[in-house]
Design a binder for this molecule. Structure first.
Ligand SMILES: [Zn+2]
Length: 373
């Protein structure tokens, strides 16, 4: 259940709980911050408190019927809008899948979610779905009390955000709209400006490693290692906890060898292998490569970093072969590659291009990302 994963950011809880106690919660709230900072969980917590019949010291009691319904995400007056794929898709058609995905990892990002319902498609919150939400919010509440709309990843609204403007501007009585986002800049300004905004910061490293031990049963050393590289992003921490770093190390070793060779044959084999790998795996691998490149920069600068023996060998090799400028250039190339993959570029072409640029870095040429797309 989502509650098992709720790690509060205290300053927001206090404010929200005071406003709810005075029945003065703003009608439109925007929870923003980077990926994996728990925006959605905080909205669900506030919604639970809104409905709780018997709050205890400003917290939901967890025992009343409303608390049960909100923690199981089965309250009939709480509506959800989230990304789906295709113009005719509606959130409610995928609601059960969404609940199940959240039960496993409530920090998941939009890309991961959309892949579970329509692999290799781009997600969005479409106009028809906005219309459904609009109607729901203008109907009588089933239980005669408050109505809530939670828009998970409001950046996926795009221009269709305009369709919800009136609802956000003049909400029907006793309604609250929570917009959750990991990319506030992609929400149209008119919507942003009508919401009370709450910033969620990345989680501290310590808290992430403790959580991995508790939730995923990891050993302390491994949990600390993962927490140290995921930059406060709980989603990334959970994804890494489910994967073995050894696989990444081996893959990176193969790629470096392929790029170091004059003969392109192994780079072609590599690109073909990537072509058959899921997008999410490719992105995870690139994130790992990025971390290794950053460590190579630290190595060049004589700064300390942590690594396994095999990883340390690769880091030293990169630090010796590639200038600091080219390492920064290569990091940009890898970031660009993640973007291309997310945007459905052809994986084989993308990897061939990125391998050529990385080869340039390895043989001592300066690397700047060239955009051929
Ligand atoms: Zn309660």
């Amino acid at each position: 259940m989502w509650k098992d994963y709720f790690i509060p950011q205290a300053q927001h809880l206090k404010y929200l709980s005071e406003r709810i106690a005075r029945d003065a919660l703003p009608h439109a709230l925007l929870f923003y911050g980077p990926e994996g900072a728990g925006q959605l969980l905080h909205a669900l917590w506030a919604v639970q408190l809104l409905y709780c019949k018997d709050p205890v010291e400003g917290m939901p009691c967890g025992k009343c019927l409303d608390c049960k319904k909100t923690s199981q995400l089965t309250h009939p007056d709480i509506h959800f809008l989230f990304p789906t794929a295709g113009a005719d898709a509606r959130s409610h058609q995928f609601y059960n899948d969404w609940r199940l995905s959240l039960a496993e990892n409530p920090f998941l990002n939009g890309y991961q979610w959309v892949q579970t319902i329509a692999s290799d498609k781009q997600g969005n919150i479409n106009a028809g779905d906005c219309h459904v939400a609009y109607q729901n919010m203008n109907m009588q509440a089933f239980e005669g009390g408050k109505k809530v709309l939670v828009i998970w990843l409001a950046e996926y609204l795009g221009k269709d955000g305009n369709r919800l403007l009136k609802l956000i501007e003049e909400p029907p009585e006793d309604t609250h709209i929570f917009l959750i986002t990991e990319n506030r800049d992609q929400i149209i300004a008119t919507v942003q400006s009508r919401c009370q905004q709450f910033y969620f910061q990345p989680y501290p490293t310590e808290l992430i490693s403790e959580s991995l031990v508790r939730w995923r049963g990891l050993g302390e050393a491994e949990a600390k290692k993962i927490a140290s590289v995921c930059e406060g992003n709980m989603n990334e921490a959970l994804s890494l906890a489910g994967q073995s770093n050894n696989d990444f190390e081996e893959s990176l070793g193969t790629w470096i060898k392929a790029c170091a060779k004059y003969d392109p044959a192994e780079r072609v084999v590599w690109a073909e292998k990537m072509h058959k790998t899921s997008k999410e795996e490719q992105k995870q691998l690139i994130r790992y490569i990025l971390r290794v490149m950053r460590k190579a920069i630290l190595d060049r600068a004589g700064q300390p970093y942590e690594s396994s023996p095999l990883e340390a060998k690769m880091i030293r090799y990169l630090a010796e072969k590639i200038s600091a400028d080219s390492l920064y250039g290569s990091i940009e190339v890898m970031n660009d590659t993640i973007l291309q993959i997310a945007r459905n570029a052809h994986p084989k072409v993308t990897w061939m291009h990125c391998s050529i640029l990385f080869r340039k870095a390895l043989i001592g040429k300066e690397v700047e990302p060239e955009r051929i797309y």
